[in-house]
Structure formats: C-alpha cells, structure tokens
Design a protein around this ligand. Sequence first.
Ligand code: ZN
Ligand code: ZN
Ligand code: FE
Length: 791
Amino acid sequence: MVQISQSISRIRISVQGIVQGVGFRPFVFKCAKERGLAGFVENTSGKVTIEVQGRSRKLKDFVHVICADHPPSAFLADVKIDEIPLADDVDFIIKESRLSHNKEPVIPSDFSICDDCLKELFDPSNRRYRYPFINCTNCGPRFTIIKGLPYDRSRTSMDSFQMCPECLREYTDPSNRRFHAEPNACPVCGPKLLWAQPDGSIIAEGDKALKLCKDIIQNGRITAIKGVGGFHLMADAANDDAVRFLRDRKDRYEKPFAVLFPADKDDALSYIRGAAFMGADEEMAILNKERPIVVLKRRPGSMLSKLISPGLDTVGAFLPYSPLHYLLLNDLKTPLIATSANFSDSPIIKDNKEAIDKLKGIADGFLLHNRDIVRRCDDSVVAVSKGEATFLRRSRGYTPHVFKLPYKLNEAILAVGGNQKVTVALGWEDKAVMSQHLGDLATEEGFQAFEDAIHDLTDFYSVKPSRIACDMHPDYLSTKWALSQNNVKHIQVQHHHAHTTACMLDNNLTDKVLGIAWDGSGYGSDGTIWGGEFLIADYKGFERFCTFRKFRLLGGEQAVKEPRRALLSMLYEIYGEDILESQRVIGSESQRDGGSERITNLKDIFTETELMVFLQMLKKDFNSPFTTSAGRVFDAVSSLLGICHKATYEGQGAMMLENSAGGQSVIESEGQRVKAYPVAVGRKDGLNMFDWESMFKAILEDVLNGIGIKTISRNFHETLAQLILDVAKMAKEKKGLKAVCLSGGVFQNKVLTERAVCILKENGFNAYTHNALPPNDGGISLGQLVVGSWC
Ligand code: ZN
Ligand code: ZN
Ligand code: FE
C-alpha cells in the first residue's frame, strides 16, 4: 500500500508561448481525462498553468503528449515542470480565466480558416453550411477582435452576441473543437452579413447580401467588403474596365493591386498557377496559414488584366483566409482585386459607418457585417528570394509576435519608427514586440492608429517604458510625439543606423558589421539628407564609413515624386550650367513593349520654362537640399532610360527599373553578358565616397550607342553590386569586418539584393539580408529599440 501512495504525485506545468485562443486548454483537458488524472488547467495572462496529479507513469505520458501532440496553432516556447504537494482534487477541470498582471501575455494573431471548418462550410448537412463566420479553436479572428486580456469572449467584439444553446454546448464541452473558441458563432446566434447601398441603406442580409455583392462584381463594378482587419475594395481582376474604373475612382493610376485568387478544393494553387510563375518556396509562402500576399512574376497572356500592375511583370497574389472569402471566390471562380480600402496615406478603413461615409464615391455597394473590428490590420506582404521569404509588410497573421532579443534590457523601451510604413515596438527584459503596419502618420486617422498601437502594446504587455527611441528627423510626427512625452529618457536614433541594427537583430548578430543602408532618404547626424550609406555599426553606435557623392533634391519632397528631377540634378552635378549644350541626348524610349528605341532630349521631358526654373533653382541653391540618396540614383537612371519620369507611387521609378532588368535571378543566370560600369570610390572630406559620375557617363554612352534598356539596366544593377563588394573589401581591410548587412528600402530590389549577396559570399563575406523584419522603414522601430537600449 505504501508503494502505491508513493507513486502518486502532483506536478505544476507552466507553459508559455502561443497557448491562448488556440484550443490548448481543451486539448490538455482531454489528455488528463483520458489518463484519469485529477487537477486543473487555467489561463493566466499569457501563459497556461496546469496542475495535475496521478500515477507517475501516467504523468510522464501526459507531459509527453502535451509537448508532442498539441494543436497545430499552439506554440510552446517554454515548459516548466515542478513537483508540488498533493491536493484533494478528484476530477480534472478547466478553471475560469483569472485576471492577473503577468508581464508575458501572448496575444494570438488572426488565423485563416482551418481545414475542418472549411469542410463544414461547404457541407450542406452542417448547421454552419455557408456561414461566413464559422470558426473554432484552431482558426478565426483573434488580434483584430480583442479588447483586453486575458483573451475571453467577454473581452472581444463577440461580447454582444449571446451564444445559442447549441453553440454554448460546444463552447462548454471540453471534447469539442469549439470548446472555449471565443468567437464561436452560428447562423442562429452569431454575426451576419449585410448588404448596403452607397447611400447606407441596408437592403439584404445573409446569402442574399452575398448574392448582390457577386452581381456587382460580375457586372464589372466595385464593392467594399469588410474583412478581418479592415475593408477591401474588390473588383473582377480579369476585367480591364473594372480595374480601370477602380483606378479612376481611387485616384490610384499605376500602383499595383493585390489579387485574391479562388482556391480550388483539390488544388488550392491552380488559379494562381495560371496567372503567375511560382517556385516551391513561393508555393509554400502562399499556402502559409497566415495567408500573406506574395509577390510573384506574372505569366504573360494570363487572364489577369494588365492594368493590375502597369509597367511591372509582377502580381501580389494571395489565397482566401476568411470563410467569407471562400464563399465569394468559390462562387465567382475568378480572381478579384482585393486592395485595402483607404486613401493613399491613411490607414485601412475598419468600421461600417466610416466605410460608407468615405467610400460611397468609390464602391457601388457594401458587403458589411455586424462583428466589429477592434483594431485595423492590413494584409501582410512577402517576397521570396532564393528560397527565403522576406517581409515587405509584416501585419495580419504575423502580429503581434514576440521577438527574443540577443541580450537583456535594463529598462523597458518604446520605439516609434519613422514617418512612412510606420510600426512601433516595445521591448522589456529580453523580449520585443512590434505592432502591425500602421502606414503614414500624416492623416488624423493615421496618427490615431499610431497612438492606439502604442497604447495596445503597453497595455497588453503591462509594460511602462522608461525610454523612448525615435528617429532624428525633427519633422517626423513620430519624433515629435516621442519628444513630447515626459518623464522618460529620449533617444534619437539615426535612420540608417536603425536600418542596420534592424538587420543585425533580424540575423541575431551582436558584433560590429558593415551596414549597407540604402533608401530614399533619412535624416543624417549632420543634418543633411542621407540615403546611400555604408556604416560600420553595432548596437552602441556607428561610424559613417562611406557614402554616395551628393546631389540636389530638386524642389525637396517634389523630387521624390519625379525621377526626372533626380536625373536633372545629377546631370547638373556633372556638367554644371553647360548641361543643355553638352547633353543633346538623355534618354531612349523603353523597349518594354517591343517598340523601337527612341532617342529623346531633356527638352522632351521638361518644358522650356521648367528647365529654366529648375536650372535656376540648382544654381541658386533654392529649395534643393543636398542628398546622398541611393533611391534617387535609381530614379535618375530610370528617367535616363526613359522608363519613368514621373512616379505615381513611392518607389515606382526604381521598381520599373528593376523590372526592366528582366526580373529576379536573371543576372546570375546570364552572368557572362553583364558588365559593371566603372566603380569609383575615392576620399572626400575625410570620408570614402562613391562617385557615380563615371558610371553615369558610361550609361549615357551606352544609351547613345543604342544599347538596349534591359542590358543597361542589368549592368547598372551589377555596378551597384560591385560597389557593395568593393566597399566591403575596404571595410575588411581597414576594420577586419566580414559581416555585411543589407538594409533599407532599396534592398526590396531582388535583382540587386540577390546579386550583391552572391558576390559577397563568393568573396568570403557573410552577407545578411532581412527575414522577419521588412528592409524598408517598416523594420526600423526594432532597430531603434536595440540602439535606444544601449544609450
Ligand atoms: Zn476551424
Ligand atoms: Zn449559435
Ligand atoms: Fe529608410
């Protein structure tokens, strides 16, 4: 008898990770019951605690199963087991959530519909047949419906829906897939679809609403559809008129639209395959349960309208992630444009009333529902390069994610990002969490979203930062906000230093690196506008090792919108006032559409008056600050080759220039035909400097000699890769550095990035690019955070 009582023991298991809202507790319950164990399981903020007692062998088995066979969406980051005194439980129960102030809650992300729910959605005998809000503990909205912690129905936007007896039975049955599925709902008791006309009047519900929506799309018109993290504008992606219509109404003339594809039951990728090229890695990225938009190379002659991405061979493709998408796409069987419903610089629209007010001039009807979106969350965007996915926008499905820092922070710190593509980040102990993509702060809504995100993070994680890191730019609204906060230490982090450290963090590096940070612009520590920087950096600080020769931003911000201005000011740096005499020829018509080369003149892209005024501005130093921007060099070459003189969206000149090189991996596969133009790195003002003059002159000569655009574009990319290698060699010689980090918006360019990584590696360097963080300004909050914690 003594032996038997000795073999009974009690243990406490503390599980951290993604364990709330993912069906983990019912799973634990089931495992305990099956083994006849007593005790309880309980959610406390951010972790699950299990106390369980029984025979040692059964306990061991129980622990093993919990760790090995947990539900697919759960992620066990840390499991702690302690033996504790026996208690007098006789049964195993799930305890109600307890409010507590644990500092490590994990907020689940939004999950795309799981296979089980998908099956039920299309099963006519199921009570949720064609119910657009079907979900279970393995899928459904989370982050976008949570009002507070711990994650419980009463603290989500499902709190206004009373479960019907049938749903309640599932919700309270520990053996059911919907046990404590907080957004659990059915057609009887849950949210419903509504169809509203542009005047706001609701004229249909449920399947009828869906039918009206489909009619509108089939008629080549535009709908606004409420999704998981906000509204999309949708239209038939195969119908030129529909796409043109949307472009006209949205004042978005050329910026690419994302396309949502139907997912065939037997082969989810069949529609995408018909429209784009995909490697195995790209297929995997698309099928990812987070369902990001994946940038693919478009198949010529596909059914997609060419107007979805004018001047580019790409398409941002994604698969349905909500049950509503599945219903819509499966019924229509055609790809749809699904673009975030917003106006150029403001955040995605999330509320019904807001949508109708703001989109009535754009949408011909609104597919709404009555489950509130608590926080906005745009779709995530990734690009796959050489088998590695890189985020261009980290948002829905991937947020909030807690990153582990390579060291422990002394104080909690908030970092507020830049000015565009803003994200904010919060760090404490050895953790950091980054917000969803917030976009630009210039509009009232944008700024509100920024403040809300800061509030969310500090509130969710119960962290009160004693430091705030921000950009150095005095005019960034994020900087202004940060500096206006009292009783905290302020740290202003140089923009390109933040890019570099974000890339270091992304690769878990702590030692000094050569950071190559190229983008459109960032405030330099000398008060000038930087953008083509080579920094020797670590988290503590940086030294500007090399930069681009400066030239003028003609008309300041206006120069960003017009690549031709960068061209003119670079020519001016080379030829001075003789620019008009010396430069008969500056460009040639693009060959992209198979047309013949056409030599153009500066006078073809500027009016006489413009030329006169602009040259005066350059000469008199009027509203034309100097910059070392790499992004503008891409612009200038883009204009020089006749590809893009005026941009209608950010980065258009550079994107089209990359496109003209023939797409990814091309340089490598046809390496022998590509040559680098002369790369001149000299010293000026105590600084190494890339002088682009000889490269520019060589490009001009090629243009004059009638060399094709594709060849010149490839050569240009090759030149910059060579430049990167040359400077890396200098840094290695002078500083003994072998690690090179590539960051900044320019490195969204796959042709350049792949080639640079390739030749760096061939020459014995360790080349690092971004993975989990975007190379663009969407990643700098975490870079600021690590720098700010060292100062
Ligand atoms: Zn499910
Ligand atoms: Zn129900
Ligand atoms: Fe930047």
